[in-house]
Write a protein that binds this ligand. Structure first.
Ligand code: TXE
Length: 447
């Protein structure tokens, strides 16, 4: 029975049985049995039930935030904001139920209609960095389209998904519509991907596992949406508001202790302002409050595990510009770290998934775009400039799915989120996510 650990204290907070192939098959069978009735629920009633999930999440913000904070080591203030977003996501998809629909298309000799049909049972595989949030990005649109769900949380962080499943039942969504299976990715995840009765996999995780999910899905021509790693650039031009850019940059990479696929972990700075910006950035990073996640003032907690801490530390091997402080005592702590690098260094090529930012100088706009795009990833990024035309030129030139100008914000319930290149494909959030949880059917009737 594997232990669930609080990464800030290293204490066991729960012990859960590991499910295997048999339990996974049972969950898929329940989801399959629940599908015909769930797809037949009227759009108004389906929307009402999903909205009830949203209001129950709102009513239980404190409890859900505490679970997430204790299980992931997230600062409690940030965890509360994340749970708030989970509620907004369910509100958004409640409202979307009857707004994602087919078309009539002019044709000769008859009428032509398209319908949006649910897929059936969908398998949702979620990572440990934003367990409840990323679950809601998948469960919300899946339910809105009339699918039933088997949700597999990450081994390290299963608790909030289990509580969500209880709230889904309390909301009145019938048994079997949302099922949670807690167990190893290689067993439960793999089984979901290969299962003939699972129509689609919504996956968020590493590019490496994403690749194997895509391969295994080929056996049943399963639909997949992959939201994978990132190595995003925060591009600071000399004409930017440097104070504002430097004040924001630490949160763009140290938020969630850097365990964020959107982390702007390559900070590209125009050479003429590099020294000035580096000075401002060091000052801002010094102010990041690292410590007890239960303290309301804390801005950064520990890493998820000691094994992950070893991986993160392997990236810091010289050219360190700044190393922050960490609490003493138990907990998988790692300091905020700024390193000076070139885009060819390992720290700039691979996803660190920890609080380590690489500062890289560039010569001019063309050089900035070249360096920013010189990565196999393409998830997010930021552009800092006071020149609007340049902001738009660079935004169009960057090979990335999500961009912010003079901001480091990435996700909103109503806007599409997802990657270019090896950061994956398909979009989550917004109306676009509904395309990934439905099939287009075309019907022609001769008149
Ligand atoms: O991810 P995994 P891990 C990156 C990040 C991190 C690294 C490893 O760089 O350091 O990945 O993290 C399930 N078939 N990201 O090991 O293994 C697994 O149980 C089906 C970036 O946690 O990809 C979990 O539920 N499923 C990322 C989920 O996949 C399988 C977020 C993700 O685990 C499986 C997380 C299999 N064969 C990590 N093997 C982001 N982009 O946000 C594992 N799983």
């Amino acid at each position: 029975m594997p232990a669930v650990v609080n990464p800030a204290t290293e204490q066991t907070i729960a012990q859960l049985p590991d499910a295997g192939v048999e339990e996974t098959d049972a969950a898929v069978a329940r989801a399959k049995a629940a599908f015909p009735a769930w797809r037949a629920v009227s759009p108004t009633d389906r929307a009402r039930l999903i909205r009830r999930v949203a209001t129950l999440v709102e009513a239980n913000v404190e409890e859900l935030a505490r679970i997430e904070s204790q299980n992931v080591g997230k600062p409690i203030g940030g965890a509360r904001a994340e749970v708030g977003m989970v509620a907004q996501v369910f509100h958004f998809y409640a409202g979307a139920v009857d707004k994602h629909h087919g078309q009539t298309i002019p044709v000769a000799g008859g009428v032509d209609l398209t319908f949006r049909e649910p897929l059936g049972v969908v398998g949702l595989i979620v990572p440990w960095n934003f367990p409840l949030n990323i679950a809601s990005w998948k469960v919300g649109p899946a339910l809105a389209c009339g699918n039933t769900v088997v949700l597999k949380p990450a081994e390290l962080t299963p608790l909030s998904a289990l509580r969500l499943a209880e709230l889904v039942l309390e909301a009145g969504i019938p048994e079997g519509v949302v099922n949670v299976v807690v167990g190893p990715g290689r067993v439960v995840g793999q089984r979901l991907v290969e299962h003939a009765d699972v129509a689609k996999i919504g996956f968020t995780g590493s590019t490496e596992v994403g690749r194997s999910v895509m391969q295994a899905a080929a056996g049943t021509i399963k639909r997949v949406t992959l939201e994978l790693g990132g190595k995003s650039a925060n591009v600071v031009f000399a004409d930017a508001d440097l104070e504002q850019a430097a004040a924001s940059a630490p949160y763009a990479v140290f938020d969630n202790a850097g365990q964020d696929c959107c982390a702007r972990s390559r900070i590209l700075v125009e050479r003429s302002v590099y020294d000035r910006f580096a000075e401002l950035l060091v000052d801002a990073t010094r102010n990041v409050k690292v410590g007890d996640p239960q303290d309301e003032a804390t801005e950064m907690g520990p890493l998820i595990s000691s094994q992950h801490r070893e991986t993160v530390s392997s990236f810091v091997d010289g050219n360190t510009l700044f190393t922050g402080a960490t609490p003493s005592g138990p907990g998988f702590w790692f300091p905020c770290t700024l390193v000076e690098a070139t885009n060819d260094d390992r720290v700039a090529r691979e996803e660190v998934f920890g609080p380590v930012a690489a500062l890289i100088p560039f010569a001019d706009e063309e050089d900035a775009v070249r360096i920013a795009n010189d990565t196999p990833y393409g998830l997010s990024g930021s552009i800092w400039t006071e020149n609007g035309a340049r902001a738009m030129r660079v935004a169009r030139a960057l090979e990335t799915g999500v961009l912010s100008i003079n901001s480091n914000a990435s996700v909103r319930p109503s806007t599409p989120f997802g990657g270019f290149k090896q950061s994956g494909f398909g979009r989550e959030l917004g109306m676009q996510a509904l395309d990934g949880y439905s099939e287009v059917k075309n019907v022609y009737m001769a008149t």
